[in-house]
Design a protein around this ligand. Structure first.
Ligand code: BGC
Length: 772
């Protein structure tokens, strides 16, 4: 969301009068008409301006906008959709203007970024992906949908399914990480969670996959920067999560901001027409990202706003997302009518786009039930089940990175521990536990790690807190408009005093729980970082704490992998909690004290330092692989291996994998086989493991990655319990887009298979695929 431009708006929308023509009444008989006929009937009554109005979506912020800025436009049929209206009374008010006072009574479609919760905040999407639990992800998004729907929102700008292989990119936090297979599973689960069987059914929303496509590949991890992605990488890596969302029935798509191979995604007919519509048969509608149509001029692609409208529209953007009155906004409303009059855009083309929007409105049941029942909001938002699920989600999203000497779990009532020092700038920050894109929750109700620990250990243990250091909030993001004031930065004197206070508190305590990482605005949109080091003086604080000779547990709150190389060899226990949401502090305490078992796994390769970026597991094997001593593809001044591999995460027990076998050791192209492995809990506690299947095609028309994830399953095993896990390997898993033949291929070849606990799994077998 680009509020920065919103705050500049000054010009109120130009509003024109329209002759009142025939009125459309929604009678019972009409309701029975087929969707097509209803849309046709409506289309036949619409003026060009009214049609263009349906292709116009505008922001509305009650914090700094008056209803009069949008109401005349709604009445005149010049606005078909709004976003960022989250107050049900205002939603009903605007809807009333549309369905009672506009000529054709076409209801408005209200959209919002329901990314990881609405009233109840779930862990950020990168964290949810760390659960490797699509069923949980689906459930969480269905709760988020129900809370948003309760206020009258009918459409979410989620899931964000951009593959991200550069942790400097702030928006890595919004997606499922680096892997197309995991990303595809998470994308489909989210679509199911938001839309259910039918997005019009109670508690559901229309989903919107974004940002189509390649946004995560921006140069240097800088947000909005150009992406250059060869077709093979596009089809094999960046597009699969979008395709999975389409297959799951996603109702809409959002075009991305950046240039893809020199053509901005919002004016990119290859993406929006060839891939999305022709290759995939997508039937929903496409919305531009905020101001992305006007920004085609900024890109140096379109000549002016009218040309931008022409290019976006003809490339396949149906709906323009705009700020009322902004200079680069409202390209469609200001230009489409003229472009049609000039014959550059045909009436049929216009109808095609308007039809998609109207179809969505009909399918959502908006013509029949345009209003929301304000009396039900509180009951839905206060459903205790939502908080319970948020807690489970945060437990299952956390990744245990290190646990030397089984320091964790801590023991409740341990006679040796009468005092716990909870230290760190994020230990008691309600704001930062939630993560970016948290706008309408009650910040006060978010549970911090300090609060979670206090509630867990009760009054018999002294739990004291000191922030130790401050993480400067240097961002000028206008999110403050809707999220309230940020804490003031510390003075130099305060900095010295707070550091000392934390050290002396820690010195007098039996256990130190250190909560470090990033504040919520350090990831998300326009929040890229040149370095993934722990911000501010946090490493200094960590070293000071570790020098005290006490047990130290490091809890990380963050939205991207961070350089924790010092901690990784000097701190006994490290728990990655990400931004775990409203119930985050309780969930962290549950894990630290053994009431929940960690079982999350990294959805991204974790670099040792910024210098290793980009580093991802599914790279191709080079001419000189790392195993060789000389002339290898590596930097000589740093190790080549990551800090933690993709798929990595510990539990409070140990597991063994054995007996890897495939029902067929040889099969024909097009056939499939089952791959089985036995997993056993070899430790003394019940634990969670994610069995992961990786493949490598040894030769073919193109080189294939050294490993690719092709199956996974998260399981719980009691001590000594053994289970056989089954995966299917067949055409969908063995097919790839070959840059050599420029086509999807499944080739006869020998495949290596591995199953294990992360991308370095060593248990292996082979599968030979022969000609059909
Ligand atoms: C973001 C989108 C978001 C939109 C509406 C844009 O700036 O890129 O992801 O859906 O704003 O808030």
């Amino acid at each position: 969301m680009r509020l920065k431009v919103a705050v500049c708006f000054a010009v109120v929308m130009a509003l024109f009068g329209l002759p009142v023509v025939a009125r459309m009444s929604v009678s019972k008989t009409q309701r029975k008409l087929s969707l097509d006929r209803r849309v046709d009937e409506l289309l036949s009554q619409m003026t060009i301006e009214e049609k263009v109005g349906q292709l116009n979506q505008v922001f509305y912020f009650k914090q700094f906008m008056k209803p009069e800025i949008v109401e005349p436009g709604i009445r005149e049929g010049k606005i078909g959709s709004l976003l960022f209206v989250t107050d049900p009374a205002i939603i009903n008010r605007f809807q009333k203007v549309a369905v009672e006072n506009s000529r054709l009574k076409i209801p408005l479609l209200f959209g919002f970024d329901v990314i990881h919760g609405f009233r109840t905040i779930f862990p950020v999407p990168l964290a949810m992906a760390s659960s490797w639990d699509p069923a949980l992800v689906e459930q969480a998004q269905s709760v988020a949908a129900s809370e948003a729907r309760a206020v009258g929102i009918r459409w979410t700008f989620a899931p964000m399914v951009d593959i991200a292989r550069d942790p400097r990119w702030g928006r890595i936090v919004e997606g499922a990480g680096e892997d197309p297979f995991l990303g595809a599973r998470m994308a489909a689960a989210q679509v199911r969670g938001f839309q259910g069987q039918d997005p019009s059914s109670p508690g559901r929303l229309l989903a919107c996959m974004k940002h189509f496509a390649g946004y995560g590949a921006g140069s240097g991890g800088r947000d909005y920067d150009s992406a250059y992605i060869a077709d093979a990488e596009l089809y094999n890596v960046y597009l699969p999560p979008f395709k999975a969302a389409v297959d799951a029935g996603v109702g809409s798509a959002m075009s991305a901001y950046m240039d893809l191979n020199d053509v901005p995604a919002t004016g990119n007919a290859f993406l929006l027409r060839d891939v999305l519509r022709k290759q995939w048969g997508f039937k929903g509608f496409v919305v531009s990202d905020a101001e992305a149509v006007g920004n085609l001029v900024t890109h140096g692609f379109a000549e002016d706003k009218s040309d931008a409208a022409y290019r976006a529209f003809t490339a396949g953007v149906d709906l323009e997302m705009s700020f009322p009155g902004n200079a680069i906004s409202n390209a469609y409303t200001s230009s489409l009518t003229k472009l049609i009059a000039e014959g550059r855009i045909t009436k049929d083309q216009l109808d095609e786009a308007v039809r998609r929007i109207l179809e969505a409105k009909f399918k959502l049941g908006l013509f029949d039930n345009p209003y929301v029942d304000e009396s039900r909001v509180a009951a839905i938002h206060n459903n205790p089940e939502h908080r319970r699920l948020a807690r489970v989600a945060a437990q299952r999203s956390a990744v245990l990175l290190r646990n030397e000497g089984n320091l964790l779990p801590l023991v409740k009532g341990d006679p040796k521990v009468s005092s716990v020092a909870v230290i760190g700038p994020l230990a008691d920050s309600k704001r930062d536990i939630r993560g970016s894109w948290s706008f309408v929750d009650d910040i006060k109700s978010a549970v911090t790690v300090l609060e979670g620990i206090r509630a867990k250990v009760g009054s018999s243990v002294k739990v004291e807190y000191a922030p130790g250091v401050d993480i400067a909030r240097v961002y000028q993001s206008p999110f403050v408009i809707i999220q309230g004031p940020r804490p003031a930065p510390w003075t130099e004197t305060q900095k010295r005093a707070e550091f000392e206070k934390a050290v002396s508190l820690a010195r007098s305590s039996d256990v130190i729980i250190l909560v470090l990482g990033e504040h919520e605005e350090m990831s998300g949109e326009a929040a890229s970082q040149s370095s993934i080091e722990l911000p501010g003086q946090q490493l200094e604080l960590l070293k000071a704490m570790s020098g005290l000779g006490k047990p130290v547990v490091l809890v990380l709150i963050n939205g991207r992998p961070l350089d924790i190389s010092w901690a990784a060899s000097n701190v006994s226990a490290i728990l990655e909690a990400w931004h775990p949401g409203s119930e985050g502090g309780n969930a962290v305490a549950d894990i630290l004290y053994g009431d929940a078992t960690p079982g999350g796994k990294l959805p991204v390769t974790w670099p040792r330092s910024t210098a290793q970026i980009p580093i991802y597991y599914a790279h191709n094997i080079t001419q000189e692989p790392e195993a060789k001593k000389t002339f290898t593809s590596r930097y000589w001044d740093i190790p080549s291996s990551p800090q933690y591999p993709f798929g990595y995460g510990l539990s409070y027990t140990t597991f063994s994998f054995s007996n890897l076998r495939a029902t067929k050791s040889e099969m024909r192209v097009g056939e499939s086989t089952e791959v089985m492995v036995d997993v056993e809990n070899t430790g003394r506690r019940t634990g969670e493991e994610v069995a992961q299947l990786y493949i490598h095609q040894r030769y073919g028309s193109a080189s294939r990655p050294v490993r690719e994830l092709k199956g996974f399953e998260r399981i719980t095993l009691a001590p000594g319990q053994k289970r056989t896990i089954r995966f299917t390997l067949g055409k969908p898993e063995l097919t790839y887009w070959s840059g050599a033949v420029k086509e999807w291929v499944q080739e006869p070849a020998v495949f290596d298979l591995w199953v294990g606990a992360d991308a370095t799994a060593s248990l292996t077998t082979t599968l030979r695929v022969v000609k059909r």
